[in-house]
Design a protein around this ligand. Structure first.
Ligand code: GLU
Length: 946
């Protein structure tokens, strides 16, 4: 059926062919008779590759027997062959035989073994070969292997696929899932009944995402399966986004315990990445779980195991606690009932065809079949009937790589005397049995091969039963076509098909290793994946009794009002920064400033308007000035009332009634302004503020200035002549005062014209560091400068008035009000000198509005009170309490004033006599020789009434 290699030589590179020829020659020259392969006779032979043994340690190619991956799967192939051979419809009249080899889970060893499959295709020169008795040997024609079932590990399949494609032998794997085997140009004769790991990686990404994990580590066995699987996971997760790989670790081929300990230590370096994707072979998974136990980290890691973990018990035997919670993946399959019956009925007696079965038996029942058995960990004997002779012993011994086993049956060989004993033990009764997860795929793979051969036979041998000549010579290429086009319902009813790359569709079952109600751990199906993920999260259990899905994230989500500051190069890791001050959380990663009239809400997720405040009547800042103002208004009203009532009495007349009323009006306005300043700002109030702010003071100081100026002029004039100066009549004084006031009014008028009054909300004034305390201040559209300008004119009048007061300080006391005016002005100046720094010093304060309003109003109240108290209270006192003094004494002529002025001038030139420059009694005595006491009270009120 298969091409003679020599005849087809043009297809092969010479060098490769030569190497293979050399290897085969070595094989032929080294005859060993250990039962290292299973041979089942048939019309057509299928090759089988199974990891019957684990990888050996310390130079040994093979290690311990693998009960599930090895024996279960191998028996599945034998079972499938039995089924096909007994099926009258599938390959009728054709018996399928097999040559089954052990790969010892090692690619290099499997390569040597699989040369067996190509022997029949290589013509051998055996002319030199002689038996020990000198006769030429009779070679049994090596069987032609039409197709190979296997292998398990991807690295083994890749290695074997390379050689099988040279000889055009189709291969169907039941477990190799590495993505690179999908490359139909490099592995064109390779097909598989399991999906490639690109699907598995996608399923893992979907699980990780559904669990809300974004920070995971990966662990891979060195080689195509682990490394390429993790690579696929990383690529898909990168494309999907939102998953970061904390660590990507590799388990070396030749590992030691320390390697696993180191891996666990490294995983713990990023302990927040609790989820660990593990694409590793059984032994490596055991190593990792063991190391996690040694590190006392049972329950810390959330394992996501690939198909090689699947639902295998052997992988986690003795490490159950460390595996609790692990989520594992297995290509979608179902238990093949028929196989269970077949396998559990296998005994040493009825399963002689399986050369490794005795070894399995010992391992499975933990007993020794004979004392020379190599099983060391027990001395218990298996139950045996009768005697048997097993030659070199039951334990499998692999030949060293250089002495390849000879699977050919050579007639002259020393017969291997196998005497099988029947054990009383029964699989599934005396030992735990659960069908291995890939048994279904082994059966499906064998059936796929059988169906392909069946279809091929029907096509090539239409009128013949059995293998016809055309089929014999059809070649592997043709068979491959038939394999790729099969479509049938597999052992569990699911359809078996291959895509153009020879892959099966991606369908998976998802398991979780859980404790059941009886506290016995087991794998529980928790969902499935077929393009999309279906996971029953409520059926999942987590290690350490955690009730909620454990987290595996680099950083916890930020609290509301905090932004993520992503760590460079790690989109899943971030620091949380609060959006503080006037910032609010704009989106996940940024804060923004609220608008000028807004402040952030309590959790900084948005902005809200800043509350608006104004000076309230009940505020302590308002109460004090209002109280003072009220007192002042009462006092002023009282003084006014008194003056009006006693309008024609000498004291009132002598105090210059007209200007007194003007001055009292100014004082009154100074008090009134307090209310205007505190009232809620609106356009009317703001207009009043503009008008009255400076007006009260302006009126007061205009009147006082007029008075002091008049006194000054009179005395100055008095020094020079006896004629009175001009403009000293009440009318003139009123005119002067009015013209002074009109300047202020004109200014205000211009101000109104240039900048009409308005209210504003000042958000800067109370923009406190703590936005909770921020306030918008409702106020009139009057700047500090405008206030000062408005008051400036009055201050100018006040200063001028003070200068005149100083100049007239030497005027005799009894010359009218020069002295009290002087005191009034000094005090007022002090008040306003104190006002200026307070007013401007608090410009930056959050309490500015209150402080400034209060100081301004208090200053006004004080200066008004000083004027009222100093100038009018004594008069009112005399008017009310000493009416006997409120009588016309005499009128002083200007001449008398002039004399007094001259005297004053003279005296004032003797400062040594009167250090403060005051002329007192002498002058009084001059002008009024009557009693001094009477003069003090009387004269001063009657002076200068002209
Ligand atoms: N899928 C694995 C691989 O490709 C083998 C898993 C198994 O043998 O169960 O190497």
């Amino acid at each position: 059926m298969f091409p003679n290699v020599k005849g087809d030589m043009a297809c092969f590179p010479w060098r490769v062919f030569w190497i293979i020829q050399a290897l085969v020659d070595v094989t032929l020259s080294q005859e060993t008779y250990a039962p290292h392969s299973i041979r089942i006779e048939g019309d057509l032979t299928l090759g089988g590759l199974f990891p019957v043994h684990a990888r050996g340690v310390s130079g040994e190619p093979c290690g311990d027997i693998k009960k599930e991956n090895g024996i279960h799967r191998l028996e599945a192939m034998l079972y499938a062959l039995d089924q096909i051979n007994s099926d009258d419809e599938l390959l009728p009249n054709i018996t399928l035989g097999a040559r089954v080899l052990d790969t010892c889970s090692r690619d290099t060893y499997a390569l040597e073994q699989s040369l067996t499959f190509v022997q029949a295709l290589i013509q051998k020169d055996t002319s030199d070969v002689r038996c020990t008795n000198g006769e030429p040997p009779v070679f049994v024609k090596p069987e032609k292997v039409v197709g190979v079932i296997g292998a398990s590990a991807s690295s083994v399949s890749i290695m074997v696929a390379n050689i099988l494609r040279l000889f055009q032998i189709p291969q169907i794997s039941y477990a190799s899932t590495a993505p690179e085997l999908s490359d139909d140009r490099r592995y064109d004769f390779f097909s598989r009944v399991v999906p490639p790991d690109s699907f598995q990686a996608q399923a893992m990404v979907d699980i990780v995402k559904l669990m809300g994990w974004n920070y995971v580590s990966t662990v891979a066995s060195e080689g195509s399966y682990g490394e390429k699987g993790v690579e696929a996971f990383m690529q898909i997760s990168r494309e999907a986004g939102g998953i970061c790989i904390a660590q990507s670790l590799k388990i070396p081929h030749d590992h030691k315990q320390a390697d696993f300990d180191k891996i666990i230590r490294q995983l713990l370096d990023t302990s927040l990445a609790r989820a660990v994707i593990i694409f590793a072979y059984d032994e490596d998974i055991r190593g990792i779980l063991n190391a996690s136990k040694r590190a006392d980290q049972v329950g810390h890691f959330l394992w996501i195991g690939s198909d090689s973990w699947g639902a295998k018990n052997s992988t986690i035997q003795g490490l159950e606690d460390a595996a609790i919670g692990a989520v594992t993946i297995l290509p979608k399959r179902a238990t093949v009932e028929g196989f269970d019956n077949y396998f559990t009925s296998r005994t040493l007696e009825n399963n002689r065809r399986n050369v490794w079965f005795a070894e399995f038996w010992e391992e499975n029942f933990n007993c020794k079949l004979m004392s020379s058995s190599k099983k060391e960990d027990t001395s218990r004997k298996c139950t045996v009937f009768g005697l048997f002779n097993r030659g070199p012993g039951l334990r499998h011994q692999a030949p060293p790589p250089s002495t390849l086993q000879q699977p050919q049956d050579i007639i002259c060989s020393r017969g291997y005397d196998l005497g099988w004993a029947e054990g009383q033990e029964r699989i599934g009764i005396d030992s735990y049995y659960e069908q291995e997860g890939k048994v279904q795929f082994v059966i499906d793979a064998v059936y796929a091969m059988a169906h392909a051969l069946h279809n091929m036979q029907k096509d090539l041998c239409p009128d013949q039963s059995g293998v016809c000549g055309e089929m014999e010579h059809a070649g592997g290429k043709k068979l491959l076509k038939y394999i790729r086009s099969v479509s049938f319902n597999g052992s569990t009813g699911t359809s078996v098909t291959f895509n153009r790359n020879g892959d099966a569709p991606g369908r998976y079952n998802l398991f979780q290793y859980q404790m059941n109600i009886n506290s016995t751990p087991r794998y529980k199906v928790i969902g499935e994946w077929a393009e999309t993920l279906k996971l029953h999260i409520n059926e999942m259990q987590w290690p350490n009794g955690e009730m909620k899905i454990p987290i595996s994230v680099c950083s916890l989500p930020c609290k509301t009002g905090q932004r993520k500051k992503i760590v460079k190069g790690m989109p899943c890791c971030w620091h949380c920064e609060p959006c503080d001050g006037y910032q609010y959380q704009f989106d996940e990663t940024s804060c923004k400033l609220c608008a000028y009239n807004m402040r952030p809400n309590a959790n900084h997720t948005g902005c809200q308007p800043i509350p608006i405040v104004k000076l309230e009547w009940h505020s302590p800042w308002a109460i004090i000035p209002v109280f003072l103002a009220m007192l002042g208004i009462i006092a002023t009203t009282f003084v006014m009332a008194t003056f009006i009532r006693y309008n024609d009495t000498p004291i009132v007349r002598a105090s210059g009634r007209e200007l007194s009323y003007v001055l009292l009006t100014g004082i009154f306005l100074c008090y009134i302004i307090t209310f205007v300043m505190i009232a809620m700002p609106d356009i009317a109030v703001c207009s009043f503020r503009r008008i009255f702010l400076g007006l009260g003071m302006c009126i007061s100081y205009a009147a006082l200035l007029t008075k002091t100026n008049r006194i000054y002029r009179i005395f100055e004039e008095g020094k020079k002549s006896v004629t009175p100066p001009k403009l000293i009549s009440p009318t003139s004084q009123l005119a002067i005062t009015s013209s002074l006031i009109s300047v202020q009014l004109l200014g205000v008028l211009i101000w109104f014209g240039v900048d009409p009054p308005n209210t504003i909300i000042d958000y800067d004034e109370q923009k406190t560091i703590n936005p909770d305390k921020a306030r918008g201040v409702l106020k009139c559209d009057i700047t500090d400068l405008q206030i000062i300008c408005s008051l400036g004119y009055s201050i100018l009048l006040m200063v001028t008035c003070t200068i005149y007061a100083i100049k007239t300080r030497g005027v005799p006391e009894n010359f009218n009000e020069a002295k009290p005016i002087g005191f009034t002005m000094y005090t007022t100046c002090i008040v306003w000198l104190a006002f200026i720094p307070i007013f401007f010093g608090t410009a930056q304060s959050a309490e500015k509005l209150y402080i400034q309003t209060t100081t301004l109003t208090i200053s006004m109240n004080l200066s008004a009170s000083v004027a009222l108290g100093m100038l009018y209270m004594p008069k009112v006192y005399v008017i009310i309490f000493h009416p006997e003094l409120n009588v016309q004494k005499r009128k002083r002529s200007f001449k008398a004033v002039a004399t007094a002025a001259t005297m004053t001038s003279r005296l004032s030139h003797k400062p040594s006599d009167r250090p403060n420059g005051e002329a007192k009694t002498e002058l009084c005595e001059n002008v009024d020789p009557n009693s001094l006491a009477a003069k003090k009270k009387y004269v001063s009120y009657n002076d200068l009434v002209i």
